[in-house]
Design a protein around this ligand. Structure first.
Ligand code: HEM
Length: 512
């Protein structure tokens, strides 16, 4: 084909160039949004927006550096993730309005293509408006203190197996251990055990199907979500839906779904009647359309029952939201502490004095105030979610600033947690940042490891319990210190969801 009478190109090349042009134009067509709104921000690249930095340095550092650079430019700045405009709010008062006080205007999160799909769209994280509200209210009692206490004997048994496995494994490895592996197994076994009355035995067999499938799902989830958000125009998702192609790994989703289906059958057939009556799963069944009204011990019907799809979604919520986060919260908190011998000694003295040799339980760990400070400090330095998001549901004004409907709001948790105005020497580990005096005058939005407001983390009571009892039990049982393979600060696999690149190695010796 003759182009402007100058070059002669084959039609296929012309078509390809036209497609590239249309793609670049479409993917960049939103990149003037913040200029129009007079909101500062870094200049976007065509197609990718501002994500090049995230590719090079990872999401965590991107959030911290963006916060530092734009913090003093009016309380908010705009970036583009691919073609999606994201308004990052750095002003803490404004964040309190968005997450707490004006929650009704910001009730939902961004809809990622990877999550907005049949079979996984009923995970609580994704649900919106009334569906989310009903779901959350219905499931809230599954993690109340009475239920957690009732489940504790099972947690204790698993904790003791984890400690034994740690002792044996470290002995076999010359006194050194990567604590992240066994803590991950422990958390998976706890979620499966107290959630579903399932003996998953990851501690005994870290290669079991559950752990492997959950890990695959989580790893793939992060990668595909990012890739889709950056490069793929939204309409492609609808084409894939129409063709019945799932973006997420179908095998893993089907495995967890099939497990839930079989578990429902077992409960309904009465085989599991006596076992695990208090578990999370039984509670869900009793409040779902699959409950069997003829059976005894059914709690009063709620005004709104869970559908079968929501029941599957809730099971996935527990496995996917619960296992990985609690594991990371626990192993990073333990590792940070072990890398600071003075702090570890103080924690050890507290554990010995408060527990007096008694094994940790739901009651006695409430008095471990220093351990709590250490957990908070670790979650400050390395928040598991470097940011969270909300979506504005209608045009609104927040402390005099206009926010248009549909805008995605980013809460830069990692940046806030490393702000020197809030935490002196923010890069250093210092549990004293959470002494009662230090916390007294700090802004309530200055520490957000579990988010804030009505959409804050649903699993916080369980996560806190596991971190407290887990750390106390390890401190009670072992002397811990850095070893040759220890790495500090921990190196994280770039673009991963805070996965330590070389494990978390410590020297472990049993205390006499
Ligand atoms: C140390 C452990 C954990 C951390 C640091 C953590 C952190 C978070 C964060 C930052 C959010 C977003 C909050 C927001 O948008 O404001 C969240 C949401 C959520 N978390 Fe956790 N989490 C942990 C453990 C758990 C556990 C054990 C479970 C379940 C058993 C869980 C279930 C959820 C659910 C369902 C949501 C979505 C809540 C909603 O949309 O209403 N999390 N978590």
């Amino acid at each position: 084909m003759d182009v402007l009478g100058v070059i002669d190109l084959p039609a296929s090349v012309i078509l390809l160039l036209a497609c590239i042009f249309l793609y670049v134009y479409y993917m960049s067509s939103t990149h003037g949004t913040f200029k129009k709104l007079e909101i500062p921000g870094p200049k976007p690249w065509p197609v990718l927006g501002n994500s090049i930095f995230a590719f090079k340095k990872g999401m965590f550092n991107t959030v911290v550096e963006g916060y530092r650079r734009f913090q003093h430019m009016g309380g908010m700045y705009g970036v583009y993730e691919g073609r999606t405009p994201i308004l990052t709010v750095t002003d803490l008062d404004m964040l309190r309005e968005i997450m707490v006080k004006q929650f009704n205007h910001f009730p939902n999160r961004r809809k990622y293509s990877t999550m907005d799909q049949p079979m996984i769209d009923k995970i609580m994280f994704n649900l919106e408006d009334d569906e989310w509200k009903n779901h959350r209210a219905l499931l809230k009692p599954t993690l109340n203190p009475t239920r957690l206490k009732a489940s504790y004997p099972r947690v204790e048994k698993l904790l003791r197996s984890m400690l034994d496995a740690m002792e044996n494994k470290s002995k076999a490895q010359g006194g050194e251990l990567d604590i992240s592996l066994l803590i991950g197994c422990f958390c998976m076994d706890v979620i499966a055990g107290i959630g579903f009355d399932l003996d998953c035995n990851s501690i005994g067999n870290p290669k079991n199907d559950f752990l492997v499938k959950a890990r695959n799902f989580l790893d793939t989830f992060g990668e595909r979500t990012f890739a889709f958000a950056l490069f793929v125009p939204p309409f492609v998702k609808h084409i894939l839906d129409w063709l019945g192609i799932m973006i997420m790994p179908k095998k893993e989703v089907m495995f967890l779904r099939e497990f839930t289906r079989r578990a429902i059958d077992v409960r309904r057939s009465g085989v599991g009647e006596k076992r695990g009556k208090e578990d999370f799963f039984q509670f869900m069944i009793d409040h779902s359309v699959v409950r069997d009204d003829k059976k005894e011990n059914i709690t009063a019907p709620s005004t709104r029952l869970l559908s079968l799809e929501e029941l599957y979604g809730s099971s996935l919520t527990y496995f996917l939201a619960g296992y990985d986060t609690s594991a990371k919260g626990f192993f990073f908190s333990m590792y940070h502490l072990a890398m600071h011998p003075d702090c570890l000694q103080k924690a050890q003295e507290e554990v010995d004095e408060v527990l007096k040799g008694e094994f940790p339980n739901t009651d006695n760990v409430q008095n471990l105030k220093y351990i709590d400070m250490c957990i908070k400090e670790s979650n400050r330095l390395l928040p598991l979610g470097p940011y969270v998001e909300r979506r504005c549901s209608q045009d609104t004004t927040v402390l005099g600033r206009r926010i248009p409907a549909g805008m995605n709001i980013r809460v830069p948790i990692a940046g806030i947690h490393r702000d020197p105005n809030l935490y002196p020497n923010p890069e250093c580990y210092n549990p004293e940042n959470f002494s009662p005096e230090a916390c007294k005058d700090r802004h309530p939005m200055a520490f957000l490891p579990f988010g804030a407001g009505p959409r804050a983390c649903f699993g916080q009571p369980l996560a806190m319990l596991l971190m407290r009892v887990g750390m106390a039990a390890m401190i009670q049982r072992f002397h811990m210190k850095p070893c040759g393979k220890s790495e500090y600060p921990v190196r994280i696999i770039p673009m991963s969801d805070l996965v330590p690149e070389h494990g978390l190695w410590l020297s472990l010796t049993p205390r006499s």
